[in-house]
Design a protein around this ligand. Structure first.
Ligand SMILES: [Zn+2]
Length: 215
């Protein structure tokens, strides 16, 4: 049973050797500290590894992941990561990245209970309800894809409303928010928002969201 774990440790040894061959000072440099330019808020799904799909290296990206890449305003874990990333590390970009085929979004869209996680996914259900006019016109597959996209837009919206992002913008910090969806079928990242760099730009997102309901 442990041979799979042993394999991971052997892989690590190979990683160390490769890195040292490429750059003997690599780990000395890494140990000196981090200055990541990006904060990634993504899904825990094993198929969406942020460094791998964006071609970034250790040290480039501060990462927070949870099921369905949610920005819940009462989530102390997410808020702590966000505050540290913005106020201490001074990241320039925050990316919320969802993905097509997201099991969390799928679970939230269904009628069945999945236990404790139903509570976590509650806000996804709210999003579905909010956009139901648009969603109800789609077939099942298209509705699932669209829900993933709308969920990302909603989370960017939620992110922009946090006191941490608001304070950063009010103090003149250069901080941009981005909403992306990773398409598992093609491997491509599909941007769902532009680069949002101010409260005014956030309003555009709100308008966009509001424009989709009531028609
Ligand atoms: Zn997911």
């Amino acid at each position: 049973m442990n041979h799979r774990i042993d394999q991971l440790l052997r892989n690590n040894q190979a990683f160390v050797e490769t890195q040292l061959r490429l750059d003997p000072g690599y780990f000395t440099q890494l140990a000196m500290g981090q200055h990541p330019e990006f904060l990634w808020i993504g899904c825990s799904d094993s198929r969406v590894p942020p460094n791998h799909i964006t071609g970034t290296d250790p040290g480039d990206m501060f990462v927070h992941r949870n099921i369905a890449n949610l920005v819940v305003q009462t989530d102390m874990n997410m808020l702590s990561v966000l505050q540290y990333a913005v106020e201490v590390l001074h990241v320039r970009h925050i990316i919320v990245c969802g993905h097509h085929g997201c099991g969390g979004v799928k679970a939230a869209m269904g009628e069945h209970s999945h236990g404790l996680i139903d509570n976590w996914l509650r806000t996804v259900k709210d999003t579905q309800q909010f956009y139901w006019r648009e969603l109800s016109a789609l077939d099942e597959d298209a509705r699932f894809d669209r829900m993933v996209e709308l969920n990302v837009i909603e989370q960017v919206n939620s992110l922009g409303k946090t006191s941490i992002v608001q304070n950063a913008w009010n103090s003149g910090a250069a901080l941009a928010l981005h909403g992306w969806v990773f398409d598992l079928h093609s491997g491509r990242i599909l941007p769902q928002t532009g680069s949002i760099e101010s409260s005014a730009a956030m309003q555009e997102i709100c308008k966009f969201a509001n424009g989709l309901v009531g028609h």
